[in-house]
Ligand binder design. Structure first.
Ligand SMILES: Cc1ncc(COP(=O)(O)O)c(C=O)c1O
Length: 389
C-alpha cells in the first residue's frame, strides 16, 4: 500500500505503545503496575457528568458553532481575562482536546523549511506534528541537574530567520520542569521583536508543587497580543481525558484560520462534552483541589522511593504528574538504553514505564504518578528489586 510521503516522518506514539503492551499482559491475567499512562486515574467530577447527561436528555445533540459553544468560549475568555489577557469569546476556539488544537495550529502556521523551537525532553507529539506539516523541530536541551528548568537563554540563542514559533510546555510532560515568569517574559519579548510566535501549552497548569506558581503566558498577552497563543485542556485538571475537550486562545487571524480548519476537520467538539467541560470549570473546584492534594502526596512518595534506588537520580518534579528519573547508571548488558530498560522493567518487574528516548532523552524513563498509591507502592517495590538484581 502506498501511503502519503509524510507518513515516513512519523511513528506511533510511544506512550500508547507501552500502554497497549501492558494491556495485553493484563488480559493474560498478569498484574502490571502501569506507570505509562498520561491520564488521571480519577473519575470525572459529577457536576460535569450531570451536565453532559442533562444535555443529552434535552436534545443538545446537534452540530454546534465550529469554534465551540458561546458559553464555554465566554467562560474561557473570562478566566484568562482575570490574568490580564485581552481575549474575548471571539479569541477562543474549543477543540477536540489540546492535541487537536496543536495540530490545527501546526497546519495553520508552519510551512516547509520553517523551524519550531521546542525545549527537550518534550511531549512526544510536538516534534511529530511539526514534522507532519513539513517544518523542522529544533530541540533545546534542559537538564536533570536543575530539575529540567526551562531557561530563556538557550532558546534565544537558537532563534534564526527560519524560526516560526517557540513551543513551550510548562509544567512539562515528561520532566515536570517549569518555566519561571522572568524567562517566559524574555522569550516572549525576543520573539515579538522578531515576529516569531510563542505557543504556550499549559495543559498541566494546575499541577505545580511546593507552593510554586504557574507563570501563564496569558499574563503577557495584553502586551504581546500578536505573539502569544495559549493552548489548554480539560483532560488532566478535570480528569476528562476521554471527553476530548481542549482549546486555544490567540490573535484574531490565528483564531480564524484554526476555526476554518476545524470546520472542515472535525466540525466541532462534541456538543454535550462541552456542556460537561463548562460545568466542571464552573463547579468542580473542590474536586480539583482534592485531586491535586492527592497528586502532591504521590509525588512525595515517588520522589522518596526513586531517590533510594541506587543509580537512579530524580529531583522531585516541580510540576505535572510525571517523574523523569535518570536511569543510565543502571544500564547493563540486555538493558542498554531506555527502550531495553522499559522492556526489562515490563518483563522482569511487571512495571510499565515509557522509555525516555520517546521524549528525546535516552538516559531516562518516564513514570506517571497518575495512578493509585497502592499501585505506586507495588510497582516501585518491584522496580527496586529488579534494578538491584
Ligand atoms: C503536554 C501535553 N499537551 C497536550 C496534551 C493533550 O491533551 P488532550 O487530552 O487535551 O488532547 C497532552 C496529553 O498527554 C500533553 O501531555
Amino acid at each position: 500500500m502506498k501511503l502519503a510521503s509524510r507518513m515516513a516522518r512519523i511513528g506511533e506514539s510511544a506512550t500508547l505503545r507501552v500502554s497497549r503492551k501492558a494491556g495485553e499482559l493484563r488480559r493474560q491475567g498478569i498484574e502490571v503496575a502501569d506507570f505509562s499512562a498520561g491520564e488521571p486515574d480519577f473519575d470525572t467530577p459529577l457536576v460535569g457528568i450531570d451536565a453532559a447527561i442533562e444535555g443529552l436528555r434535552t436534545g443538545f445533540t446537534r452540530y454546534t458553532n465550529s469554534s465551540g459553544i458561546p458559553e464555554l468560549r465566554e467562560a474561557l475568555a473570562e478566566r484568562y481575562g482575570a490574568l490580564g489577557a485581552p481575549w474575548t469569546a471571539a479569541s477562543v476556539v474549543v477543540t477536540v482536546g489540546a492535541k487537536a488544537a496543536l495540530m490545527e495550529l501546526a497546519l495553520a502556521l508552519f510551512e516547509e523549511d520553517q523551524e519550531v523551537i521546542i525545549p527537550a525532553p518534550y511531549w512526544v507529539t510536538f516534534p511529530e506534528q511539526i514534522r507532519m506539516v513539513g517544518a523542522e523541530p529544533v530541540e533545546i536541551a534542559s537538564s536533570v541537574e536543575d530539575g529540567f528548568r526551562i531557561h530563556a537563554e538557550p532558546i534565544l540563542e537558537a532563534l534564526t530567520p527560519r524560526t516560526r514559533a517557540v513551543l513551550l510546555n510548562s509544567p512539562c510532560n515528561p520532566t515536570g520542569g517549569i518555566l519561571e515568569g522572568a524567562d517566559l517574559e524574555r522569550i516572549v519579548e525576543a520573539c515579538a521583536e522578531r515576529d516569531v510566535l510563542v505557543i504556550a501549552d499549559e495543559t498541566y497548569e494546575r499541577f505545580i508543587y511546593d507552593g510554586r506558581e504557574h507563570a501563564s503566558a496569558a499574563a503577557l498577552a495584553a502586551r504581546f497580543p500578536d505573539t502569544i497563543i495559549l493552548v489548554g485542556s480539560f483532560s488532566k485538571t478535570y480528569a476528562m481525558t476521554g471527553w476530548r475537550v481542549g482549546y486555544l486562545l490567540g490573535p484574531a487571524p490565528v483564531i480564524s484560520a484554526v476555526s476554518n480548519i476545524q470546520s472542515h476537520a472535525t466540525s466541532n467538539t462534541t456538543s454535550f462534552a462541552m456542556l460537561g467541560a463548562l460545568a466542571a470549570m464552573r463547579g468542580a473546584e473542590s474536586d480539583v483541589a482534592e485531586m491535586l492534594t492527592e497528586y502532591a502526596v504521590r509525588r512525595e512518595l515517588v520522589g522518596e522511593r526513586l531517590a533510594a534506588m541506587p543509580g537512579v537520580s530524580c529531583p522531585p518534579p516541580s510540576g505535572s504528574f510525571y517523574a523523569f528519573p535518570r536511569v543510565a547508571e543502571c544500564y547493563r548488558e540486555g538493558r542498554q538504553g531506555s527502550i531495553e530498560m522499559a522492556e526489562f522493567l515490563l518483563d522482569e518487574a511487571r512495571v510499565a514505564v515509557v522509555p525516555g528516548v520517546a521524549f528525546g532523552n535516552d538516559d531516562h524513563i518516564r513514570i506517571s504518578f497518575a495512578c493509585s498509591r497502592s499501585e505506586l507502592e507495588l510497582g516501585l517495590d518491584r522496580m527496586a528489586a529488579a534494578l538491584a538484581g
